[in-house]
Design a protein around this ligand. Structure first.
Ligand SMILES: NC(=O)c1ccc[n+]([C@@H]2O[C@H](COP(=O)([O-])OP(=O)(O)OC[C@H]3O[C@@H](n4cnc5c(N)ncnc54)[C@H](OP(=O)(O)O)[C@@H]3O)[C@@H](O)[C@H]2O)c1
Length: 339
């Protein structure tokens, strides 16, 4: 009999998540039925979307999230013992999976996938640059911003999983001028000195509008927005005519009480006079091209064009701390938990 540990949602998050919002419980798993297999988690992802997304589910559910795990028992020949999968199994150490049960209607109901062959790279990358965040950067930048060589790209949340990859594709693959916005001098130094960004702005110590005007006096062609709020309004007012804005996320609002959010900045003047295009997206839009993104990102890693960093928290019991640390900006690159 296998015992699983899991985090269940005891209380819906309000403002910054509190440890008592989740409860760590144990569960005895039954025997496998035909078609099922048993996965043991090795790496779990903590991502910003979990904060707003989980609110639409009832209390008592297992906290949502993706993991990379090893198949340790199987009644399904397509998922043999020893293979690794990546899938949205939630915050749990052991999971019985029935692949038929996945509806694929949204990101977190995607069917678990056997890991692609990534050679000697860490399987944990399939939660980051070779997984959902990597594909978010790839498709969001190429398909929504549609950048052209020589253009200027600004990315916010630039030192995180998605942002650091967006900037590197922009700089090292597409030949753009790339400016990142991030929350510490150390992160800004990493972006410029190690990842090749042209410039980085620390939004906690600098006036973003003033620093951006200096870094890109001719204006901005593409903005990849991970954060929303005042930072994004400042960037939007420095767009060039026919600029494109990809709205990927708005982490500056995730912990805020809806009633205390600032009133929307008037963006219409810059949108109209600069004839801007702004489009929100969810990466599952490109579910049918998923492998294309992963293989391209893998190729760019192997060619040395993109680098990746992980902030690893050890121990399944520390999932909550890793999650809140990521929301507070304590991660550089992808935040993950190693069981
Ligand atoms: N649309 C999609 O399909 C999709 C898919 C994946 C991710 N996303 C979105 O993409 C964004 C980045 O996700 P990620 O996984 O790469 O996370 P991440 O950037 O690795 O981690 C979150 C980062 O957000 C920054 N942050 C926190 N509070 C902030 C605030 N008030 N203002 C500005 N920055 C703040 C922190 O960095 P600092 O130190 O710089 O503050 C923190 O490290 C999120 O908005 C997420 O929801 C969207």
């Amino acid at each position: 009999m296998v015992k699983a540990k899991k985090f269940v949602v005891a209380k819906h998050f309000q403002n910054e998540p509190k440890p008592t919002d989740l409860q760590l419980v144990e569960e005895e798993l039954p025997s496998l039925q035909t078609g099922e297999f048993l996965v043991q988690a090795e790496y779990l992802s903590v991502d910003p979307y979990m904060r707003p997304y989980v609110l639409k589910y009832p209390l008592g559910i297992t906290m949502i999230g993706a993991q990379v795990g090893k198949i340790i028992e199987s009644n399904n020949p397509k998922y043999p013992v020893g293979k690794r999968i990546v899938g949205y199994l939630g915050w749990r150490t052991h999971t019985i999976v029935n692949p038929q049960a996945y509806t694929e209607v949204d990101l977190i109901s995607q069917k678990p996938m056997i890991l692609p062959d990534i050679g000697s790279l860490s399987p944990s990358l399939c939660l980051g640059v070779l997984g959902m965040p990597g594909n978010t950067a790839y498709f969001g930048l190429l398909e929504i911003c549609k950048p052209k060589e020589g253009e200027t790209l600004v990315v916010s949340g630039a030192a995180g999983a998605v942002g650091s990859h967006v900037g590197q594709i922009g700089k090292n693959v597409l030949g753009l001028q790339v400016i990142g916005i991030a929350g510490s001098d150390e992160k800004c130094k990493w972006l410029v000195e190690e990842l090749g960004f042209d410039h980085a702005i620390n939004y906690k110590t600098e006036n973003v509008a003033v620093s951006l005007r200096k870094a890109a006096p001719a204006g901005v062609d593409c903005y990849f927005d991970n954060v929303g709020g005042d930072i994004s309004s400042a960037v939007m007012y420095q767009m060039k005519p026919f600029g494109r804005v990809a709205i990927c996320g708005s982490i500056s609002s995730y912990n805020a009480d809806a009633s205390s959010l600032p009133k929307a900045t008037i963006l219409q003047p810059t949108m109209v006079f600069n004839q801007l295009k702004m489009e929100g997206f969810i990466v599952s839009r490109w579910a049918d091209r998923w492998s294309e993104g992963i293989l391209k990102n893998l190729q760019w890693i192997r060619e040395g064009k993109v680098h990746h960093r992980e902030t690893v928290t050890k121990g399944f019991e520390n999932m909550f701390d890793a999650f809140v640390s990521m929301l507070q900006g304590k991660n550089t690159g992808k935040a993950i938990v190693q069981v």
